[in-house]
Design a protein around this ligand. Structure first.
Ligand SMILES: [Zn+2]
Length: 277
């Protein structure tokens, strides 16, 4: 059955997910992955950890022709979802209404990943990326739900840092079954240093998180939780409810202990500005 998302037709929901579930976050290459692992290992002994960290979100809502007008309730619900998802990583998220900005711009509203419009919009709108989570919403290029930058790219390109999310994917939006706000949670997971659980498939080096079983490719929809599905190792179950998989919003329910630990390490390595405000 044909599947429509953000003005684009796919053969099926499966095809949409195989093509990336609308997540355009770049696929880190093996050299980058190893560099990051090495840097983290080298700094392990010297690194302090935080017991609690509050991250201030700066919402930048790009609108066009009456579309993209995110409400206060939507922002509040989105923040609640972030607080629930990352509480075990000792993170809380907050924002303040006076810092929310709305900007009407056709090109920015329809921005694609890596586009000139994206860079223009972020250059004009972004707050200091070392201190804040820049959260952009817009209509985006067709077929996309969102994307994020990784912590290890902050120093090299601070302007582009942040998450970009389809306006209709926020709680109460129309991008069913991706309209409960979990796209933003998934993208913030990338922003905090997590890869997809299926990163590298069965042959690659995986997501570098010990307690997420490797699986051959993304899962989609609402897969049964008591089946192995496409796990690479006999006896293991694919993490079908993990936030860093490609399942429906109402199926994204958890992050593992090792994912939470990785988030803390990535913050202490690459996002220390969040602690020094
Ligand atoms: Zn993703």
């Amino acid at each position: 059955m044909a599947f429509y998302i953000n003005n684009k037709e796919f053969k099926s929901q499966e095809e949409f997910c195989q093509l990336g579930r609308g997540c355009a976050t770049k696929n880190p290459n093996p050299i980058e992955i190893f560099r990051v692992d090495e840097e983290i290992a080298l700094n392990k002994s010297r690194r302090r950890l935080f017991s609690k960290l509050s991250i201030e979100v700066r919402f930048h809502h790009i609108t066009y022709g009456g579309r993209g007008l995110i409400t206060k309730t939507q922002r509040e619900e989105q923040i609640t979802l972030l607080n629930e998802a990352f509480s075990n990583a000792n993170l809380t998220f907050k924002y303040s209404e006076p810092n929310v900005q709305f900007i009407d711009n056709y090109n920015w509203y329809n921005m694609g990943h890596g586009s000139a419009s994206e860079r223009e919009a972020k250059t004009s709108l972004g707050s200091d990326a070392k201190k804040y989570l820049n959260f952009y919403t817009g209509g985006l290029a067709s077929g996309l739900l969102g994307w994020a930058t990784f912590p290890f790219d902050l120093a090299g390109d601070p302007i582009i840092d942040g998450v970009v999310v389809l306006d209709e994917s926020l709680p109460g939006g129309s991008a069913e079954p991706y309209n409960l706000g979990m796209t933003a949670v998934h993208e913030v997971g990338h922003w905090l240093g997590l890869y997809h659980t299926f990163q590298g498939g069965c042959d690659g080096i995986g997501d570098h998180v010990k307690d997420t079983p490797a699986h051959s490719s993304a899962n989609y929809g609402k897969p049964a939780i008591d089946e192995p599905h496409n796990a690479c190792v006999a006896g293991e179950f694919a993490p079908v409810q993990n936030i860093m998989n490609y399942v429906d919003d109402d199926w994204m329910k958890e992050l593992t202990e090792a994912q939470d630990a990785r988030i803390k390490e990535q913050i202490m390595m690459y996002r220390t500005g969040l602690l020094n405000k």
